[in-house]
Ligand binder design. Sequence first.
Ligand SMILES: O=C(O)COP(=O)(O)O
Ligand SMILES: [Mg+2]
Length: 232
Amino acid sequence: MLFVSVQSLEKIEAILFDLDGTLVDSLPDLHFGIEQVLRKWHLASMSEEEVGRYIGKGVVNLAQRVLQARLPGAGEEEIQKFTRDYVNALSVSGNAHTRLMPTVKESLAALRADGIPLALVTNKAGALIGDVLKKTELEGFFPENLRISPDGGLSPKPAPDMLLLASRRLGVPAGQCAMFGDSRNDALAARAAGMQSVLVRTGYNEGVPIDRWAVRAKGKCHMPAQRDYVTP
Ligand SMILES: O=C(O)COP(=O)(O)O
Ligand SMILES: [Mg+2]
């Protein structure tokens, strides 16, 4: 099973899940969306690997980094416009290439059967979440009020705000929630919120292998390399 069983985490009563790179492999679609907008703006194409390095801190940050690489000197207005074009491109793409990460559905079903409350805490734009959950048949695990995104003005991860909102909505104190993610942004947000975190090795982490980051963050890494996750 991909996800560590809750018994091996201390005092955990609820789990918050990241979306991109943790529950789903969405990079091919995110790359497709960026390519569409680059073409529309008559800018040079970008590799999937490069787009992967820019994913993790939300759509505005992604637009900013892509424009930094392709249109240096772009201002706030262009960043906002690029962001809107990108969200539009993804909204019409139907997430054709987005896939569930292995064993996700079984893991979520097992957690639910154990009575563990679940929430989604993602930097993805709110307008895109419903379609991805529908496409991957995860809708039933996350009711709408427990799909937390930066929409409506919440600061994206690594800020703790969205995690703390999830903890309040679940009615579970932050110290008893764990954040499952694929990125240092998930781990830093969890730490700032007073939560434990578990990081899968199969995600994006802005192009940096998560072990390398976790080792630097903690000075050592406890988890054996063949495991699917790391706990910083
Ligand atoms: O949109 C992003 O930058 C990353 O989204 P995530 O928080 O679900 O990984
Ligand atoms: Mg992620």
